[in-house]
Design a protein around this ligand. Sequence first.
Ligand code: ZN
Length: 454
Amino acid sequence: MRAFFTERALLPTGWAANVRLEIAADGTLATITAQGSPHGAERLGGPLLPGMPNVHSHAFQRVMAGLTEAAGDPDDSFWTWRELMYRLVGRITPGQLQVIARQVYIEMLKAGYTSVAEFHYVHHQHDGRAYADPAELSRRISAAASASGIGLTLLPVLYSHAGFGGQPPSEGQRRFINGSEQYLRLQDRLAPLLAVEPAQRLGVCFHSLRAVTPAQIGDVLATIGVDCPVHIHIAEQQQEVDDCLAWSGLRPLQWLHEHVEVDRRWCLVHATHAQADEVGAIARSGAVVGLCPTTEANLGDGIFPAVAYLAQGGRLGIGSDSHVSLSVAEELRWLEYGQRLRDQRRNRLYRSDQPVVGRTLFDAAVSGGAQALGQPVGELALGKRADWLVLDGNDPYLATATGDGILNRWVFAGVDRQVRDVMVNGQWVVRQGRHADEEESAQAFAQALRELLA
Ligand code: ZN
């Protein structure tokens, strides 16, 4: 049993002082004692928080970050950005995908994300034929997560159609396309491979209501267990809402709630264009909304009605999605700032029993994130995986803050490198702001960038 001691830790019951934590050989928390003894324990270098799950990632899109910020078409939008993304995805090799994903996951760890849901939709060779092992690219994601040390919920994506009503896929989508049977075979192939990886699991994933038919949703849901995560992109774009209305007479979230039993297994990614009735339906379902504020801002998606949603007890997680930012603090900050900009008011996301915005945001995102990933994380509690982050106790802003003020200083006044140490599954993966493989990974990543952008 390894023991750790910290002067300040955020436990499920709130901030506690002089906390001793012991970790069992399997990486789970075995004892947690407030006002405990430091004897024989490793002293942590600052306030201790549960690690943040990242509910939405497309690792390869990190390559594009910062490359699409020059005006071309005056109507630049998500849809023109998507054309560029398709061009990039057409070129990536399995080796490059693994190099890129490892780099992204190392950057996530350094920011305080300790697990990630990878919404993985690139499955096939450049011409659309399956690899000799149809799980080739999924295995690359799993290997990248293992190498970095991050926890992974791998979400192989079912993507069959270009638009509502089963429209045939486009050329740019040929690496994504599976039918339901191929998809279920991919799941069967991956299940035993991930079962032997510590801190990795599988979920199911529908790209969007555009990309699958109602019958396919039914076929896949019929095969999964009661705790299997189910993720879907939904209502990210007004165009998608209009197309869904034209197809079915219902908006995407309305259609989903009327035709599928949405429950706690579901993560509704974006849900940006949600009306009042839809916000209430999601909150009542117990599903998690996967919000990606920096990507949604970058793509000009819109602003999710998070104030109304939280007021109804809605659950949420945060994702870095296209990875224009790999900062937990920035993702949380922009979740709040979007609401402020829309409402022309300050301090929007809080609960009646929790007025501190940074704390409300952090609590909501760790708890909803753990649910969306289907992993035993999200709080420093007995039996949970030892996934945590240590903020820098020498940082002047954090050293002079107390209680929830620590979270407000980090989220709203944060500077780089305030995340000092990060542990996943009882193993240190970041020490004093450094990951052991960061130089080698960065070099390999730079080489992949040169090749891809040539
Ligand atoms: Zn996405």
